[in-house]
Unconditional design. Structure first.
Length: 487
């Protein structure tokens, strides 16, 4: 009979309390001999050592049913446990020998050795010696046990077991973060998650210049133009360089249309169209390479430079427009500036600015919503329509520009509990719980990361939101509560 993995195994020295339903005269308290046997009324010696409680009860029932009692029901309770030892290895706070005085689950054992370290992996292995010297290996999914509460993974640990916690994959981060070093990185860890664990950026960080040093097929390579959503791989080294000029003095150029990563990029005195295209991930398959235009402010008026080549030097605030090829071209409009996904989007006869904003992921936190402009070709000349509203219907090839607010008051959210720097932090439309935790210097070592709650004012009444994930969006005045872990 195969024992249940979660059932206690009876051993020599254990004291058993055995009862037979409706037969009080057969209630006994016996100690298991060194040979694993007990003496029981009517049936004499029974071997129970090395068996689970239910198996031992079934063995006694079978013997009693053989001429003594009709359909006996036997229950066994471990009255006293002989002290047993287990070995705990791996990234826990106090590895080594642990004495057991009774049944203990894996989760209780982990708590007893001080909990998992941050570099613990997602699996554990329990090595158990079975009867006849056969070794059984029992794998455990710690992610399902701890984060998802899967009780099937919470196996009963037994004397003689060796419990090994796997080392987790790690990544490294260096440069302009508050706590550079080594951090765990699972299969879905992003650059933002590692930055959060490292206590967020320093004031000197060039956030747009992040690079990843990665070994591929034994060759060290540098991944350029990394954004914070990029997924990291084990042993990656994330490099956050120092900003050589202040944020306020940094010059930007913009690129929109048929490129892979439209948006704003640093633009120094020698930045060419080719360099900007490279930073934007290159041209898409639909790009009309010979039709690139530059919208440039000269002496207070907008001018359009056509037929530019890729060696053309850009000036700060230039907007580079890469149109679609006529062979594949559908009617499109362009949007750039303070939106979450600047780029080119289909533009039918009834597309409004609001629809285009929705396709572009909405405003960023810095957007000046009342200052939207449209650059439009009319009678062969570029015109700028200023202070347009969101119901304005667009025409094909319109370029919508969403400027940044000069001084926009930032909404705030609050975070308290088990973070390193609790307090009030800016929170915009797209701010997630993870971003707030990053701003607050990441979790403390005793944070219950899977039990975060949000206190939110709804219709004048405070409500508590459970089941909060790291990608949950926060709202202004939310209070994020990170409780203490129970082990």
């Amino acid at each position: 009979m195969v024992e249940k993995k979660s059932e206690y195994t009876i051993g020599a020295g254990d004291v058993l309390s055995i009862k037979v339903y409706d037969h009080e005269e057969l209630t006994v308290k016996v100690r298991v001999s060194e040979g694993g046997t007990i003496e029981f009324p009517l049936i004499g010696q029974v071997h129970v050592g090395g068996q689970g409680v239910s198996t031992a009860a079934e063995r006694i029932e079978s013997a009693l049913a053989d001429g003594y009692i009709i359909e006996p029901q036997v229950t066994i309770f471990i009255e006293q446990f002989k002290s047993k030892k287990v070995v705990v290895l791996g990234p826990v706070h106090t590895p080594g020998l642990v004495e057991l005085n009774g049944p203990i689950t894996l989760l209780e054992l982990i708590s007893q050795v001080g909990g998992l370290k941050e570099n613990a992996g997602q699996t554990a292995m329990i090595k158990r010696q079975k009867n006849g010297g056969i070794q059984e290996n029992i794998p455990v999914d710690l992610d399902r046990l701890i984060r998802k509460g899967d009780s099937r993974q919470n196996i009963l640990v037994q004397g003689g077991d060796t419990v090994t916690i796997a080392e987790g994959a790690v990544c490294f981060i260096t440069g302009e973060v508050n706590q550079p070093g080594e951090y765990p990185c699972g299969r879905n860890a992003s650059v933002l998650k590692i930055i959060s664990l490292a206590g967020s950026f320093t004031e000197k960080a060039l956030e747009s210049g992040i690079k990843i040093s990665r070994t591929i097929n034994g060759v060290k390579q540098v991944v350029q133009h990394v954004n914070q959503d990029t997924l990291v791989q084990p042993d990656d080294v994330i490099i956050v360089p120092e900003r050589t000029i202040s944020k306020e003095d940094e010059k930007l150029c913009y690129i929109t249309g048929e490129v892979k990563r439209p948006g704003a990029y640093p633009c120094s005195g020698n930045t060419t169209v080719l360099k900007l295209l490279t930073r934007a991930g290159g041209l898409t398959d639909k790009a009309l390479e010979s039709g690139i235009e530059i919208n440039r402010q000269i002496n207070g008026s907008k001018q359009v430079l056509k037929g530019v080549n890729q060696d053309t030097i850009l000036l700060p605030d230039d907007v580079v427009l890469v149109p679609a090829s006529f062979a594949t071209k559908e009617a499109v409009c362009y949007i750039t500036g303070q939106v979450n996904r600047p780029g080119a989007y289909p533009c039918s006869g009834n597309t409004s600015i609001l629809k285009l904003l929705t396709r572009a992921g909405g405003f960023t936190d810095k957007a000046l919503e009342s200052g939207i402009q449209i650059n439009r070709q009319m009678n062969g000349r570029k015109q700028i329509l200023q202070n347009v509203n969101q119901d304005t219907v667009l025409r094909p090839d319109d370029v919508v520009v969403v400027p940044a607010s000069a001084a926009k008051k930032e909404a705030v959210c609050y975070i308290t509990g088990q973070v390193n720097k609790p307090g009030a932090y800016p929170c915009g439309r797209k701010t997630t719980v993870l971003k707030m935790i990053s701003l607050a210097g990441s979790f403390t070592g005793i944070a219950a990361e899977s039990s975060i709650k949000i206190n939110r004012m709804v219709n004048g009444a405070m409500q508590e939101l459970d089941d909060v994930e790291l990608d949950t969006l926060v709202q202004p005045e939310d209070v994020i509560v990170v409780p203490e872990s129970f082990f």
